[in-house]
Design a protein around this ligand. Sequence first.
Ligand code: NAD
Length: 354
Amino acid sequence: MKIAVLPGDGIGPEIVKQAVKVLDFFGLSDAVDYSSIGGAGYDELKDPLPEATLKLALEADAILLGAVGGWEYDKLPRDMRPERGLLRIRQALNLFANLRPALMFPELIHASSLKPEIVSGLDIMIIRELTGDIYFGEPRGISLNNKGEQEGVNTMRYSESEIRRISHVAFKAANKRSKKLCSVDKANVLESTELWRKIITDVSSEYPEVELSHMYVDNAAMQLINEPKQFDVIVTGNIFGDILSDEASMLTGSIGMLPSASLDENNKGMYEPSHGSAPDIAGKDKANPLATILSLSMMFKYTFSDNDKAERIEGAVRTVLSQGYRTQDILSENMSLVGCEEMGDKVIEELRNV
Ligand code: NAD
């Protein structure tokens, strides 16, 4: 077992440190190898995805990433920005399937901005295509048009094979859950998503036990707020998935609770919290490390097929929450405020107890 650990920027190193304590607890210290990415990669080697990092990631069975980005890098040329490192590693490793669960922990029901009856029991899996769409489509860029005016261009593009492979991931995931799959597109306006709808409908004939529905993205954004429990598995393209999964995360109270997995065709994966590098709280021991710790749970489940460790991690997080420990982002009345480090320690204590 080889796990590449890429702490990245901002709160990345603090939250990753807590997750590595969990790996240490399971006796996996020797499986871990560190490298830099994002702004840290730029600072060290003038590259947001240094060659050594890519090599380590290619050789590893799984990758644990903190987060990338920071205000100090915003003025760099686009290719040198931290986020570019992230896009490049996803593309180089062919991590085309991004799984983002939005799970409501009962203990955090009051952290949601929606009424408890709307979010209680919420358990949605959003599957976002991660290596195509407008984030990667060519042509792209800013240039002068024939009127001599600046013009920005991006291209929304999906090939049939890209849609087919993410469709299979989505149907398989739905099959293991409640057998309901909602595909989100904008097929009434955008041809690339018209093709998306056509291909996923075609693939659905291979999964007769899964009920497939379609929804336009604007409606999906409304329905997620209005009646989120109507959804079980949602599959969508890169840009819609980016936005909808952040929206869904808010239903659960805090983005600091939400893990994610990005998988290739063989279930090799990169695991990271759904949030960014939170520069506003970096280095202050205020970050919630639970999304990163829960990302490890996903790593054991999807890459290492070790449900026992996956469930032990999730169980320990649930117990710590039920004991009333909260980082500031999920703090509510009568709960005990802890920092990032202490939250990590509480999870380890609980793992020791089970
Ligand atoms: P963000 O997710 O970093 O922060 C949004 C808000 O949520 C902030 O108030 C932050 O303090 C809070 N927050 C985020 N994670 C938290 C945690 N674990 N515990 C407690 N509070 C938490 O998003 P942003 O502010 O839009 O972006 C900041 C930087 O992160 C930017 O440079 C952006 O490009 C980058 N980013 C990186 C990723 C990634 O690495 N995958 C994803 C999104 C944004």
